[in-house]
Design a protein around this ligand. Sequence first.
Ligand SMILES: Nc1nc2c(c(=O)[nH]1)N[C@H]1C(S)=C(S)[C@@H](COP(=O)(O)OP(=O)(O)OC[C@H]3O[C@@H](n4cnc5c(=O)[nH]c(N)nc54)[C@H](O)[C@@H]3O)O[C@H]1N2
Ligand SMILES: Nc1nc2c(c(=O)[nH]1)N[C@H]1C(S)=C(S)[C@@H](COP(=O)(O)OP(=O)(O)OC[C@H]3O[C@@H](n4cnc5c(=O)[nH]c(N)nc54)[C@H](O)[C@@H]3O)O[C@H]1N2
Ligand code: SF4
Ligand SMILES: [Mo]
Length: 692
Amino acid sequence: NRNMTSVQSIDSGVVRGTCHHDCPDTCGWEVTVEGGVAVKMRGNPNHPYSLGELCPKVNRYLDRVYSPERILYPLIRTGSKGSGEFRQATWDEALKLVATKVHEVSAEFGGEAVLPWGSAGTQGLIQMNSLDRRFFAKVGASRQVDSMCGATAMVGSTLTLGSPLANDPMDIEHSKLMLLWSTNTRLVNRHLWPFIEKARANGAKVVVIDPLKTMTAEAADVFIQPLPGTDVAMMLAMMHILIRDDLLDHDYIEKHTDGFAELKAQVADWTAERAAQVCGISAEEIESLAREYGTVKPVFIRTLIGAEHREHGAMFFRTLTCLPMLVGAWKHKGGGFSRSVGSYAETNVDDSVFDVPSLSDGKERRPLSMNHLGRVLNDATLAPPVKMLFVYNGNPLVTAPNTELIRQGLEREDLFTVVSEQFMTDTAQYADVVFPACTQIEQIDVVPSWGHLYLGWNHKAIEPLGESVANTELWRRLSRACGFTEPELFEDDESLILSALHDLDIEKLRNDGFVRLSLPENLQPYAEGGYSTASGKAMLINHGLPAVGLPALPTYAVGTEMAIDENSQYPLNLMSPKTHVRFLNSSYSHLGHHAEAEGEMFCEIHPHDAEKRGISHGERVRVFNDRGSLDVIARISADGGRVRSGVVVVPFGWVGSRTKDTKSVNALTNDQLANYGGGVAYYDTQVQVEKI
Ligand SMILES: Nc1nc2c(c(=O)[nH]1)N[C@H]1C(S)=C(S)[C@@H](COP(=O)(O)OP(=O)(O)OC[C@H]3O[C@@H](n4cnc5c(=O)[nH]c(N)nc54)[C@H](O)[C@@H]3O)O[C@H]1N2
Ligand SMILES: Nc1nc2c(c(=O)[nH]1)N[C@H]1C(S)=C(S)[C@@H](COP(=O)(O)OP(=O)(O)OC[C@H]3O[C@@H](n4cnc5c(=O)[nH]c(N)nc54)[C@H](O)[C@@H]3O)O[C@H]1N2
Ligand code: SF4
Ligand SMILES: [Mo]
């Protein structure tokens, strides 16, 4: 039953697929179909990384697919913007309306008055980003740039390594000391945890470094809880100690790094005592971490994106990646540094085939930051202004920063908003036209992973429900409705996929549902140096950085710790990470079962800060700043351990319909870009909390 062609669903049988969610685990799955209906879904037991397991989000995926809340037909707005009042329309009518608008707006303001905003609702190769690029190139639309996720972290580590490439996360199982630094593995990367446990069973130790006592921290051997945004000071002190106590791999430093002498001078006065002051932890914690880091081998650092959501996010990753150099950690299997391995997909996947420059006559199109959607929609000086917005694979009114500014933009009567969605999200409520999107089991794709080295195939298991379509089909229909004729705009799904894949066994990929990227079985990228830099050496000093306004050496931005100032108007630092096992970003939080199990959105506050404000556990509080205000329930951990004094948490993920004020935490968050890399400083947000 696995020999069916990939573009067709089947009547009955078992079909292999791959999870499309923006999650490092990219699990393999199997869907059982009976009479054209998907009746069962489980993990693909042969998948070498996910090992037959899915997760509390996707275990109920079929409820998502068959949810009565699915959008199954095109919708046209009838009520006021945001009212959520729509009528069902035919595809013809909806397409004609949108195509007419594209032409009108382009004629009056130019193509750049059209703006696409797409995120990673599906990470599939063609459904995330393929024909949309061609469609918007043809329209001459503004270009979406920057990223809510990963850009700053990637650029930061590249400033040292010369490329985003580092260790295979699965190699963590060979480690003896694992530093989970700013990542909540058990929650967000759950399929890596068994590999960590395996190492542990062999005597390895887990250290978690996070300003919050996460569920991962609770399972650690050692937990270090610095003040938010201060880690670089701790890293510099670790380097100071490694140098002071000569816990160095001199040979590796000599052969494979540039700038050790300068770095040594830079960290000379970064004693553990000084860093301890900055980080709000004890000098002994830093001393002991550095000693272990310098003596235990193999030593592995694991991180994802958490710390990038700050002004100085790039420096965190830049500095962190210097550590393995000093101890030669890369030389040992199970040693080094691991973050996203997404860039390894380039070994077999070339998505540049989706860019067809001739469609836009080679013209440069205006770049606009996706993190500044609110600013862009409200900027009267923008020439041309944005008059038409396409949102797909994302829900910016919940997930982008400073959402109330976005809401103000979406309310504009002179803005025409088109949303492609599976569900009536907060953002879709503001659409003029909504197109129905199908789910992963209704479409084909190939899914590269950023958490392991296996490429996943996704067969279509069932036919799209109602009149929903894959994103690729939406772009084809829009191109036709606009009267465009270039054949590249109409390429079919299988052809798109095959054009991008190279040097791999596609039959095996299709049959097994996954194939390992064509990389050496033993991937130790920097065991013998070979950095992608001009000198071939890692850049402890990076001479290119002053030109872009950053210091050449790892540097702690003095004053970051001052963010917590008791006397200021907004004295509390607001962190808003993922805390929910049943949500995937804002996905699933609108679905009854998931939402009810997670309970109401809350604000976690230290007993000391609560007491000062007369707040008791379970009482309603107002969390506010100049951007917005939220009415939530106070959570005070009995031992005061989850958050430090001066820090509060309102978690990310809850959608408007599930909150008291129909707003998510991003009503409060900072939309300033990080000082480098194009990410956004969500966590550099200050608030006040008061009892209601
Ligand atoms: N269940 C579930 N899983 C998910 C997701 C989800 O929504 N739900 N989302 C997926 C997505 S899109 C992504 S990108 C990944 C993200 O995966 P992670 O990057 O691991 O998750 P985050 O919650 O963004 O941040 C991780 C940790 O960084 C910490 N952190 C923040 N600032 C600092 C700092 O200054 N220093 C230190 N040391 N730590 C800091 C936070 O407290 C948080 O615990 O998770 C993916 N997996
Ligand atoms: N405060 C705060 N904000 C954050 C974060 C945080 O930690 N704290 N994390 C940030 C991070 S790391 C990320 S990645 C972003 C995530 O932000 P978004 O990418 O906006 O995440 P989702 O809310 O999951 O939105 C994905 C949407 O795509 C839709 N979708 C799924 N598949 C398809 C498809 O095939 N076609 C179409 N048309 N639609 C589809 C889903 O229904 C869903 O509504 O949020 C960021 N925002
Ligand atoms: S959301 Fe993540 S953990 Fe869950 S099935 Fe998808 S890839 Fe796996
Ligand atoms: Mo993300």
